[in-house]
Write a protein that binds this ligand. Structure first.
Ligand SMILES: Nc1nc2c(ncn2[C@@H]2O[C@H](COP(=O)(O)OP(=O)(O)O)[C@@H](O)[C@H]2O)c(=O)[nH]1
Ligand SMILES: [Mg+2]
Length: 346
């Protein structure tokens, strides 16, 4: 419901008062951006009354006593929890979507709060300086376990060398950043090539329906998989083929878009199905990896030398495939790199 004119006027007066009073309040998102159902925004100031003013403006209906929790509408944007931790520290806990956080950040800014794009060093009392705080933030956000030992070494390396980054360091950072934010890998091929079986085999649990009738994977299915220490998002696509069915056509169209955005494409073929025609001018940054499935159906001597050979159903070649994919996404030399990783470029 829209607030009426009087309520809006009262809010505006409060906002002006708040803007005057609260320049000293700083706010930042302390939870991993876009990860959880609920986010945490920290509000910190040196003076309790300025924090009262901000909370009254954003969440209304105080008082917000120390150690109290309140369920409130937050700036007419979202419902959430207001937690008053100490007289000078409070937390807002709205839903975790990036759009909600962006809008709340802009509402807080309107009330005079200084919005920090990342938690300040003091927000991490265990960090001795800003760089160490950034390392800890990156560790908190990193999807892949392989990122942790590398990040732990960064604070010292970067302290020791403050020169500008070399081209090699910048190129390696593009790949190492994939350890923090997972890339997408699309598995494409004809219906019945075994794409869903491969995902299942990689995942070792059923996340996609496997069926002998073509076109079972009507929509895209994606799963986060850890391949050899590196987490990636695997897109299981519907078979690329002509279809009269409008639902299937829509699914194929949507998967074509996803395939074009993928960092690596796995082109799956099988001896018992005709190969699919791949989308034109497909040029993923890490290339197209040809993989032959169902090698249990053929004589080993008939496996073409240019194909990675697997049997999704029997689990043959799956570990080797996972390692090969990992090396395309983050190379061995990247993981052993002894230079500086620019993990915190804005
Ligand atoms: N013999 C054999 N059959 C397989 C293998 N992988 C998948 N299949 C079978 O191939 C059929 C199609 O598999 P599915 O994963 O649904 O293919 P998709 O349409 O590409 O997703 C199913 O009957 C699977 O059991 C394999 O490695 N060997
Ligand atoms: Mg399928």
């Amino acid at each position: 419901m829209k607030p009426d004119g009087r309520v809006r006027a009262v809010r505006a007066v409060r906002a002006v008062r708040a803007v005057r009073a609260v320049r000293a309040v700083r706010a930042w998102e302390s939870s991993a951006p876009g990860r959880g159902g609920v986010s945490i925004i920290d509000l910190q100031t040196a003076d309790a009354s300025t924090l009262d003013a901000v909370l009254e403006s954003i969440a209304e209906r105080g008082p917000f006593d120390v150690t109290s929790l309140h369920h409130r509408r937050l700036a007419d944007i979202d419902d959430g929890i207001v937690a008053r931790i100490t007289s000078t520290h409070a937390q807002l806990m709205p839903h975790g979507g990036p759009a909600v956080i962006r809008r709340l950040a802009s509402a807080l800014t309107k009330y005079g709060v200084q919005w920090c794009s990342r938690p300040p060093a003091e927000a991490r009392p265990e960090a001795t300086d800003q760089l160490e705080a950034r390392v800890l933030d990156a560790i908190a956000n990193a999807a892949s376990p392989a990122a942790i030992p590398l990040l732990l070494r960064q604070a010292r390396r970067r302290d020791d060398d403050s020169s500008s980054y070399s081209d090699e360091e910048l190129a390696i950072a593009i790949r190492l950043n994939r350890l923090i934010t997972p890339v997408q890998i699309a598995c494409v091929g004809a219906p019945n090539a075994g794409k869903s079986s491969l995902l299942n085999s990689l995942h070792r649990t059923t996340v996609a329906m496997v069926s002998p009738s073509p076109g079972t994977t009507r929509d895209r299915v994606s799963a986060f998989l850890e391949l050899d220490g590196v987490v990636i998002e695997w897109l299981d696509t519907p078979g690329l083929h002509e279809s009269e069915d409008p639902i299937e056509q829509a699914a194929i169209k949507s998967s074509l878009r996803a395939i074009r955005d993928a960092t690596l494409v796995i082109h799956l073929t099988a001896p018992d199905v005709a190969d699919a025609v791949l989308p034109k001018e497909l040029c993923p940054p890490e290339g197209i990896l040809p993989v032959l499935n169902k090698i249990d159906l053929i004589d080993p001597a008939d496996v073409p030398v240019d194909r990675i050979a697997i049997s999704a159903e029997r689990g043959e070649g799956i570990v080797e495939l996972a390692q090969m994919i990992r090396r395309r996404i983050v190379r061995d030399e990247d993981l052993n790199f002894d230079g500086r990783w620019r993990f915190d470029a804005d």
